[in-house]
Write a protein that binds this ligand. Structure first.
Ligand SMILES: [Mg+2]
Length: 259
C-alpha cells in the first residue's frame, strides 16, 4: 500500500470504481480529496464512448465531486486521436452518441454517408437494422471498421446490457472483416493517458474493477495494478484469470488511509 501511495500518477476507471450508475461509491470523495491534497497527477479513464468530458464532469458534480474537465479521457477521444493520426481529415460513418461525434468533429473527422474511409461504432441507443446494413455496405466497399472499445456487455440499473463489441459483431460476421478496437485493454489508450499525465508507466498505477480490461492493460503497460471489489469482480472471479493484480482493495476509499 505504501508503494501505491507514493505513485505519481493514477489512472482510474470510472464505472464500478467511482460510481455505479448514478450512485457514487463509498470513500470516493475522500480518495479524490486525497489526490488533490497530495498533488497527484490523475486521469479518469472510461471505455464508454457515449459521454463528453464535460458531461462526465457534470455527472460527477451532481454526485458532489468537483473535478476539472481535463482529468477525463474516454475511448471516444482515443478513437478520434487514432483516426486523426492515421488519416488526417478522414471521413467516417458513425453509430454512437454525442461523446463520440464531438470527439471526432474536434479532430477534423467529418461525417460521410456516401463513401466513408471509416465505419466507427460506439455505444448507441440509435443502433438499428438500417444502420447495420449501411455499416456493412461501407465496410464491403473498403471502409475500415473501428470499435471504440472491446466491452461486450455493460452494467446498467436494469442489469447486464449489450455494449460496443456486441454492436460491432454483426458487421464483422457479415463482412468477414475484423474491427480494430481502441479502448482498454488496447495499450494505445493507456500510453496516451500516461502522456497526458506526463508520468512514466513505472511511476503510475491503474485502479479498476475489471480484470480483462483494467488490470490486463495495466500489466501490459507496466503500471502498478490495483483491483477494487466495488464493481464487477469478486475474490473468486479473480482466480479464473491467468494474471493477477498487485493489490486487491475493497474500494478506492482504502487508499487515503487514516487522514
Ligand atoms: Mg469499470
Amino acid at each position: 500500500m505504501d508503494q501505491l501511495r507514493k505513485a505519481k500518477g493514477f489512472i482510474c476507471d470510472m464505472d464500478g470504481v467511482i460510481y455505479h450508475g448514478n450512485q457514487i461509491l463509498p470513500g470516493v470523495k475522500e480518495f479524490v480529496d486525497w489526490l488533490y491534497r497530495e498533488n497527484k497527477e490523475f486521469l479518469f479513464l472510461t471505455n464508454n464512448s457515449g459521454k463528453t468530458p464535460r458531461e462526465l464532469q457534470q455527472k460527477l458534480a451532481r454526485m458532489g465531486l468537483k473535478v476539472d474537465e481535463h482529468h477525463f479521457y474516454t475511448s471516444a477521444l482515443a478513437t478520434a486521436n487514432f483516426i486523426a493520426r492515421q488519416k488526417p481529415g478522414a471521413h467516417a460513418f458513425v453509430i454512437g452518441e454525442p461523446g463520440l461525434f464531438n470527439a471526432l468533429y474536434e479532430k477534423g473527422i467529418t461525417l460521410d454517408d456516401t463513401d466513408p474511409d471509416y465505419v466507427v461504432i460506439g455505444e448507441s441507443s440509435s443502433y438499428n437494422y438500417d444502420n447495420i446494413c449501411r455499416a456493412v455496405h461501407y465496410v464491403q466497399n473498403g471502409a475500415r471498421l473501428i470499435g471504440t472499445n472491446y466491452d461486450l456487455t455493460g452494467p446498467t440499473e436494469q442489469g447486464i446490457m449489450p455494449a460496443c463489441r456486441a454492436f460491432v459483431k454483426p458487421i464483422e460476421l457479415v463482412t468477414g472483416k475484423e474491427a480494430y478496437y481502441i479502448g482498454k485493454p488496447n495499450p494505445l489508450m493507456m500510453r496516451t493517458g500516461l502522456n497526458m499525465l506526463g508520468v512514466h508507466s513505472n511511476e503510475a498505477a491503474i485502479i479498476g474493477d475489471r480484470m480483462d480490461t483494467d488490470i490486463v492493460a495495466g500489466i501490459e503497460c507496466g503500471l502498478d495494478t490495483v483491483l477494487v471489489l466495488s464493481g464487477v469482480s469478486t475474490r473468486e472471479t479473480v482466480d479464473s484469470f491467468p494474471y493477477r493484480p498487485r493489490l486487491i482493495l475493497n474500494g478506492v476509499g482504502d487508499i487515503p488511509g487514516q487522514a
